[in-house]
Design a protein around this ligand. Structure first.
Ligand code: TRP
Length: 324
């Protein structure tokens, strides 16, 4: 069976953009593949952060992921810093990674251009990501478009290491592009992201979700209630595709095109679909939060399984490289 690896930053509670864009897909993949999912706290420390918040954000992310449907009996969920081999392999991969490739990464250039002094950890971020994936010799990596360049770098690093040591130990992992298109924030301007404050939390109550949905940006062509719209340009329609059944999605599109519904009608139906899907997730999250020892246990077991695999990889890598 092919092995899947993916990682997510410990940003605290998931928002519906992360959920539709990544995690909902992960939940389905765990039935078909051997899956390893990682909360990447070593990546999270490459930017500014509050040490006193990080542990809570990591815990909240674990709660969200489990509540969303990751099942510790079907997949392995763990926290990166609990498996020291990630950083150990990252150092080794640094020795076969061309500096120019790191400097060419779009994400690095974006972030570096906004900082006064750039830290080496930001530049080397994709090397740690390559180590995450190669440590488990994963075949497939479910990611969004924005991670494709990092994946290409991972493939190159694997290729170079294999070539330098004359073995074909590391497979070249392929990206598994997430089917859902990128969810915009409720301002309709940019990708939904916590730092932009345009998100809906996965665990928010229906009333709080409605407060955000009601004023959310729709198709700008629908100025008056009677103006027909184009569903494809409306973020609310894309949320329907994430949360509503196909018949509702088709109906919503027809009502938008014919101006049969106003945007508020459409949003009310979306809220119903969201409540139906997110209600049980919210309940599971409340239950998990009340049992922090269970979360700790799940993460410890996940890390233990990962360490077994990671130790095996490191033993082979070190032997091949002449390390003691
Ligand atoms: N860089 C990824 C992101 O920001 C997170 C990540 C870290 C990751 N390690 C990974 C994703 C390994 C896939 C595989 O989304």
């Amino acid at each position: 069976m092919s092995r899947i690896f993916s990682g997510i930053q410990p940003s605290g509670e998931l928002h519906i953009g992360n959920y539709l864009g990544a995690v909902k897909n992960w939940v389905q993949l765990q039935d078909r593949y051997e899956c390893v999912f990682c909360i990447v706290d070593y990546h999270a420390i490459t930017g500014h952060y509050e040490p006193s918040d990080l542990r809570q954000r990591t815990f909240d992310m674990a709660v969200s992921l489990l509540a969303a449907g990751l099942d510790p009996d079907k997949c392995t969920l763990f926290v990166q810093s609990m498996v020291p081999e990630h950083t150990e392999l990252a150092w080794i991969l640094n020795t076969v990674t061309p500096l120019g490739e790191l400097e060419r990464q779009t994400q690095y250039k974006d972030k570096a251009s906004r900082q006064e002094s750039v830290l080496a950890g930001l530049l080397n971020y994709p090397v740690l990501q390559a180590a995450d994936i190669l440590l488990y010799r994963a075949d497939l990596v479910p990611v969004g478009e924005d991670q494709v360049q990092h994946l290409e770098l991972t493939r190159e690093v694997a290729r170079r290491w294999n070539a330098k040591f004359g073995v074909s130990y590391f497979p070249e992992p392929k990206p598994l592009l997430t089917p859902a298109r990128r969810i915009l924030g409720l301002d309709g301007q940019a990708k939904m992201s916590k730092s932009l404050g345009n998100t809906v939390g996965l665990l928010e109550e229906p009333e709080a979700i409605w407060e955000k949905l009601r004023p959310a940006v729709t198709d700008p062509a629908r100025v008056r209630r009677t103006d027909p719209g184009t569903p494809e340009v409306c973020n609310i329609y894309h949320l329907h595709k994430g949360f509503s059944d196909q018949a509702t999605v088709d109906h919503v599109a027809a009502q938008c095109r014919s101006a049969g519904w106003g945007c508020i009608d459409c949003k009310k139906v979306l809220l119903e679909s969201m409540t139906r899907e997110l209600g049980p997730i919210r309940e599971r999250a409340r239950d998990l939060e009340a049992h922090p020892a269970r979360i700790a246990e799940i993460l410890a077991q996940g890390a233990e399984r990962c360490r077994t695999m990671a130790r095996e990889t490191m033993a082979a890598v070190k032997t091949t490289m002449g390390l003691v």
